[in-house]
Design a protein around this ligand. Sequence first.
Ligand SMILES: *Cc1c(COP(=O)(O)O)cnc(C)c1O
Length: 370
Amino acid sequence: MAKRNPSGSHYRTRPLVRPLVSALKAYVPGEQPKIKGLIKLNTNENPYPPSPKVLRAVQQAIDDRLRLYPNPTAEPLRQALAKFHQCTSDNVIVGNGSDELLAMSTRAFVEPGKGKSENKVQFFVPSYSLYPVLADIHGAEKAPVALRSDFSIPELEQSEWDFEAPLSLITTPNAPSGRGYSIRELQRLCQAQQGVVVLDEAYVDFSTHDAMVLARKLPNVLVARTFSKGYSLCFLRVGYMIGPKPLIAALDKIRDSYNVNGLAQVAALATLKHRNYYQGNFRRIIKTRQQLAGALVTSGFKVFPSETNFLLVKPPGFSAERWLHELRKQKILARWFHAPEVRDCLRITVGTEEQMASLLRTIEKILKLL
Ligand SMILES: *Cc1c(COP(=O)(O)O)cnc(C)c1O
């Protein structure tokens, strides 16, 4: 029996919350403010809505079936994805967003604990700021490796890169820079790597590179994709991984039953049926991105090359943080990161042509303050 203190309650000899969790710095998602008329360019959402056919499919699924559990393995969706990517459904796992699958990868492939090679979650910096948090949550060692200042991959043999690391997470094209990597370069890295490599292709739809071939032919490679960015489905949370059967089977063992909700499965299936609509949006966003990049260069911004639906830019005059605030005062929300490699920069999501015209007008106004 625990001792009682004078007020009658028990003295606690141990904290209720694990020390690891108490000390944890949680992931900070981009804000979702409810401000009327706000131009929201901070979380790389697609400015165009899902296909009307997808909206109809979701609406038609809202009926008596809401009382039933959805397909526990997302089987019809996995079959459709297998067909799309020329593999079998044993090569596909679906998640509640690709974030869930990234988290599951740490649990399936990395021993918790510190100080040993088998405990490492390895990633480049800058890249997706969720990765170090996933390592921390798992109690694993985080192993950041610096990209070059132009965000290219460094000469790995001359860097901190650990070819023994059990899990390496690579954002390709990179976020927050937008830089794309060639499949040859990624293949060389994956082939030299002892552990699992996850190629996180959240932005692949806006890129000229597509590493899916590596997931189909190498035993240690998983490609992560999402319906969030290209397919305008952030709200429903659907992502997936493609890869060799043994890796997919390992992830499947630790998956929560019913991890993907029924409406998300319906929406993703309908999306795959109507891919033409989305390909039009990809082209439109890429075109807007190129026009925006040109206009920003003319206004004195440094613009990093992008194969994504956002631009990383170094603004003139004021600090990037000041620009963030000045834009926000004019109801335009961009993203700024504390990380030293990018703290001089803003990340701006490519929106509609009208939104970008409004952004450029606002920038001209702010430049007059200089
Ligand atoms: C947005 C994003 C994801 C998350 O996608 P969800 O499927 O919405 O969880 C994963 N990786 C990167 C690099 C992203 O930018």
